[in-house]
Design a protein around this ligand. Structure first.
Ligand SMILES: [Zn+2]
Length: 104
């Protein structure tokens, strides 16, 4: 159980998902509400002032947003992103999520 595979690195490829990510800045005078959080907490589907957007950590201290706009558009983008994320689990150990048995 101590095998290490060289070259198998966790990669963040922001340019490969087909979405344009921009730095998220709060303070637009609207309340940000997180509506859903993806597997592993990678993405958040949020609403802000009647608009919807997707947030992700920028790898530092802040967040990036994409697909800001109407609900249907943001949800479609969110689903696409989450599905891509789920593909990264294929062949990987799921033991880190074994304890999560949410009824939903
Ligand atoms: Zn995940």
């Amino acid at each position: 159980m101590s095998e290490v595979t060289p070259g198998l690195e966790v990669q963040h490829e922001p340019a490969s998902d087909g979405f344009t990510w921009e730095p998220y800045t709060s303070g637009r005078g609207a309340v940000l509400r997180v509506r859903d959080t993806s597997c592993c907490g990678v993405y958040d589907l949020a609403s802000e002032g009647g608009q919807y957007l997707i947030l992700r950590k920028d790898g530092k201290e802040g967040y990036e947003e994409t697909a800001r706009g109407v609900h249907a558009n943001a949800v479609a983008a969110y689903i696409a992103l989450v599905q891509k994320h789920l593909q990264t689990h294929k062949g990987a150990s799921l033991s880190d999520t074994a304890g999560d048995s949410s009824p939903q």
